[in-house]
Design a protein around this ligand. Structure first.
Ligand code: SF4
Ligand code: SF4
Length: 245
């Protein structure tokens, strides 16, 4: 995004709208630090600039920068040419939230998510690569149904396309499944690498309740030093499971 200095009257209305605080004042006008801007579109849509000084320049839509809006602005679709055959809507985790119908996470497996950059911080994609390369070295494979897959140059090694590493997005989700027996190994390795990641990460695990209503994974996670905050979502009227338990 960009501010036209000829039009900006320095009314100071737009900076508070920016989730990554990249709108600053200088020389009597406001400007954007375009390297930090994630192209979320909030300033353009919502700040109500009285002189319409805010605009999206051509460069914002050019690859690789175009990746920013795709992962930051919910009003922007994943571009077909970069994400061919992507079935995923929204920003990911749809499958996790509808597991009672899809059965994607059967007993014996956990789902895991690592959401980078939210709230209001954003992330460089190179921070995500620290985790994807680690996970593939531990035998985790990423599936083509997740938008992240299309950013990988070498999916089997978790290596990102080189030109994307310095791009910054508001949030991106690493999502995968693991066998229950892998839990301690994966969590310990992630715990270590996450100390080196330069952004915030929300870490989630998807599991099913046992027949008696218990969640044995809670004890296992607490033994690993993690504080567990159980969270559930009930999808009313979703219909019958596709896969019987
Ligand atoms: S597009 Fe988003 S990140 Fe960029 S300046 Fe506007 S509000 Fe900030
Ligand atoms: S809202 Fe418009 S006029 Fe006001 S500071 Fe921002 S760009 Fe300048």
């Amino acid at each position: 995004m960009r501010i036209d200095p000829e039009k900006c009257t320095a009314c100071a209305q737009c900076p508070d709208y920016c989730p990554v605080t990249c709108i600053h004042e200088g020389d009597g006008v406001y400007f954007m630090d375009e390297d930090e801007c994630v192209e979320c579109g909030v300033c353009l849509r919502d700040a109500g600039c009285p002189t319409e000084a805010i605009y999206m320049p051509e460069e914002s839509n050019r690859y690789p920068r175009s990746i920013r809006a795709a992962f930051s602005d919910p009003a922007v679709q994943y571009p077909e040419e970069l994400f061919p055959d992507l079935k995923q809507g929204g920003r990911g985790t749809e499958e996790m939230k509808t597991n009672d119908v899809t059965g994607n996470f059967p007993r014996g497996e956990f789902g895991m998510t690592l959401e980078f950059g939210r709230p209001g911080t954003g992330t460089r994609l190179r921070e995500v690569e620290k985790v994807t390369t680690l996970l593939t070295s531990l035998g985790i494979r990423f599936e083509g149904s997740n938008a992240l897959f299309f950013l990988l140059e070498e999916p089997e090694r978790g290596v990102l396309k080189r030109e994307l590493r310095d791009e910054k997005v508001l949030s991106i989700i690493v999502e995968f499944t693991l066998a229950e027996a892998q839990l301690e190994t994966i969590v310990a390795a992630l715990f270590e690498v996450l100390q080196t990641v330069d952004t915030v990460v929300s870490w989630g695990l998807v599991t099913r309740f046992e027949e008696d209503g218990s969640l044995p994974v809670t004890d296992r996670l607490e033994k690993l030093g993690l504080t567990v905050r159980p969270n559930a979502k009930v999808n009313m009227g979703m219909g019958r499971p596709i896969i019987e338990d």
